[in-house]
Design a protein around this ligand. Structure first.
Ligand code: AMP
Ligand code: GLY
Length: 424
């Protein structure tokens, strides 16, 4: 088979690595890709939002399956464009990707189908949002821009003043652009966060092993929200009992709800969960693999990823048994100092060859490129260093040891990825 992957981050590197192991795969292309992905794939200089050019490329190269890694093209309807041309593509259509693309839609869906989530109200008028905050709100409270905002459209407000400023930022100043035309105001929840990723074929759902992300920039969960500074898998807090509850009350009901709404979901549903004292509740849905969740989940998956994805597209996922290794993985993100605000790039990266032929160690590239024949930093998140171990403690030790193998000028990382497992 010939495969095309759309995206350019660590998640797409993990997907490309996984696809390269498939016995069915002969050639992989990635648009636009990055320096690390080019070890397995031919990188093609077409942007992820250039749907027509991508589809033309897929036709010209006779691509057998295109995998969409990123949220923006999915929410923008890339799958519909490919399908209209008779191309096979893995990911939800536009009318299903709305599960991630509109928080107001996903909250209304959960309410209608009794899927546990935080209490909320949707607003498209800032005056009404302010009136609600002044008369009915309890603090802290959470404001969310409805649309995609690079993971930054969520504000946790401790006071009325902060919330008033938040409404202004989101709905009036349009800090997140049109994503802020509508806003969700929701109850603040406390508990452990867990990410559960799943394959879905429209009716059947098969969940992957659990993971947890660390979204804040600094140790101790301080600093600004980022795309994710590191992950571990599995989460020791995601027990068999929690899983049984989620399968019955969250996962299957979500897939059934989408089908009942005439929006059958095919692809990946990423359930962002909060394990509250009243039970697990949905924080958010994403319509794609997590980044850097994919970097700890895929190295532990025993299945041939292409076989599973084809089963999703063909509607035969019920015939697949998903299997994961009985071990653990930790991913530590090496970022450019100053991320997520301001940082320099273009620095040479040394030591990448250390990962060659080392079983259980992976260096997934997030923001890298070739310059004058060398691999240089090219983003806020630069590399995701993943290591496996027999348990989380060992995986963590291995991952941190491997972070020392590579160097670049403004290398920055958190030192407490997976530390929470000490409390489990
Ligand atoms: P989201 O993009 O919806 O995942 O939100 C980003 C982060 O904000 C989550 O990972 C949580 O840490 C936090 N968050 C979102 N919604 C809530 C909520 N209702 N209560 C507490 N924290 C929240
Ligand atoms: N790591 C969080 C996300 O991919 O949305």
């Amino acid at each position: 088979m010939k495969i095309l992957i759309v995206g350019s981050g660590g998640r797409e590197h993990a997907i490309a690595w996984s696809a390269a192991k498939s016995k069915n795969v002969q050639e992989i292309y990635c648009a636009p890709g990055n320096a690390g992905i080019s070890q397995y794939a031919q990188c093609v200089d077409i942007g992820a939002m250039e749907f027509d050019r991508l589809a033309e490329f897929a036709q010209e190269k006779e691509i057998d399956l295109t995998i969409i890694g990123m949220d923006d093209p999915l929410v923008g309807g890339i799958v519909d464009v490919f399908e209209a041309k008779g191309l096979k593509v893995f990911g939800p259509r536009k009318n299903a990707a709305i599960l991630e693309g509109s928080k107001a839609f996903s909250k209304d869906l959960m309410k209608k189908y009794h899927i546990p989530t935080a209490a909320y109200e949707n607003f498209d008028d800032p005056e009404k949002a302010l009136a609600y905050l002044r008369t009915k709100a309890q603090f802290p409270i959470v404001l969310k821009a409805d649309g995609l905002a690079l993971g930054k459209g969520v504000l946790i407000c401790n006071t009325l003043k902060e919330a008033e400023d938040g409404v202004k930022e989101i709905m009036e100043d349009k800090k997140f652009g049109s994503a802020g035309n509508t806003m969700v105001i929701e109850e603040f929840m406390t508990g452990r966060e867990v990410s559960v990723l799943s394959f879905v074929d429209g009716k059947t759902i098969k969940t992957m092993t659990s993971a947890q992300d660390h979204k804040r920039a600094m140790d101790g969960d301080k600093g600004l929200n980022t795309g994710g500074m590191g992950t571990f898998s599995p989460s020791p807090f995601y027990t068999k009992e929690v899983d049984a509850f989620c399968q019955e009350h969250i996962f299957k009901p979500t897939v059934d709800a989408m089908a009942a709404e005439g929006r059958p979901f095919v692809g990946i549903i990423f359930f962002g969960l909060m394990l509250t004292k009243d039970g697990p509740k949905v924080l958010e849905y994403n319509a794609r693999f997590g980044d850097p969740e994919a970097q700890v989940v895929l190295p532990r998956m025993k299945n041939d990823i292409i076989e599973v994805m084809e089963a999703c597209v063909n509607g035969t996922l019920d015939q697949i048994d998903l299997e994961f290794e009985d071990n653990a993985a930790v991913c530590v993100v090496l970022a450019s100092d100053g991320y997520p605000v301001k940082y320099e790039k273009g620095f040479a990266i040394e030591g990448l060859d250390q990962f060659q032929d080392k079983d259980g160690y992976y260096c997934f590239h997030a923001g890298t490129k070739f310059a004058d024949g060398k691999i240089v930093t090219n983003g806020g998140r630069v590399l995701g260093i993943t290591a496996k171990g027999k348990d989380l403690k060992e995986a963590r030790k291995n991952a941190y040891a491997a972070t020392e193998w590579v160097s670049f000028a403004n290398k920055y990382m958190r030192h407490d990825i997976g530390k929470a497992i000490d409390e489990a």
